[in-house]
Ligand binder design. Sequence first.
Ligand code: 13P
Ligand code: SF4
Length: 299
Amino acid sequence: MDFGKIINEIKKLKSEKNAICLVHNYQRPEIYQVADIIGDSLELAKAAAKTDADTIVFCGVDFMAESAKILNPEKKVLIPKLSAKCPMAAMATASALREKKKQFPEATIVSYVNTSAEVKAESDICCTSANAIKVVNSLPAKQILFVPDEHLASWVEKNSDKEIIKWPGFCNVHAHISPDALKDAKRLHPDAKVIAHPECKIAVLDLADHVCSTGGMIDYAKDNPAKEFIIATEEGMVNRLRMEVPEKEFYPIGGTCTGMKAITLEDILSSLKTGQYEVTLDEDVVNKAKRALDRMMEL
Ligand code: 13P
Ligand code: SF4
């Protein structure tokens, strides 16, 4: 079946089933065409929290679909492919976090949304790349245990006077972007502004003109007078930027996240037809994780 036919079938099934598709910026570009909302983790979590749809088809990775379920326990949340996972989220487990908490009993636990529901349930508050600095700086505690991204933790540390204890996790896509690759790109495109995601290493962030979430990249590219931008994040982000800001040039320097590219249009169609794969979570975990997510949403 060609893309056009699948897209029409998906749209028909969505309206029959009162379903919406929430789509992360890194998804395959053809998936944008069936999206009700395309966005970063925070924008999608907000959309999940306020939808009146019966079913949410989450086109992103595991932790995002889980967050949608935590915010909407009574709704059906589907993830069209089980291999759509974030390897960084798997770098922190609830039992390891419980052990770490014993070492730092005074610390407030801030978990990046790129964590499992069980880790969120052990946390005091969540954050995304869009609000990590704001969340940490809003807390009364002096000591913060930041889970699981050590690079985002370093970025927060640079923008806060808190003591930040870093979990040794990282995103392999962002951690692979080297300062030398960025310097080469700058030599090739001397007029380009550099926009970097805070999951990059601090040595890369120090070379950037702007550091922000994937959603923030669109606003910056629209508002900045520059005509060219080097994009230090997952390569798929340039598809979204080219769609939203077609009059400007975008040069990607990041690799591909295989988890983010796992879902296809065929998978979404099949998910709407069969109801696979439904996100199910333990009720106690949902209640505890919801407290941490709600605290972030209140901010
Ligand atoms: P954003 O919330 O900035 O979209 O980041 C999510 C993510 O997984 C980045 O790798
Ligand atoms: Fe996870 Fe990195 Fe993929 Fe984002 S790009 S989903 S942090 S592995």
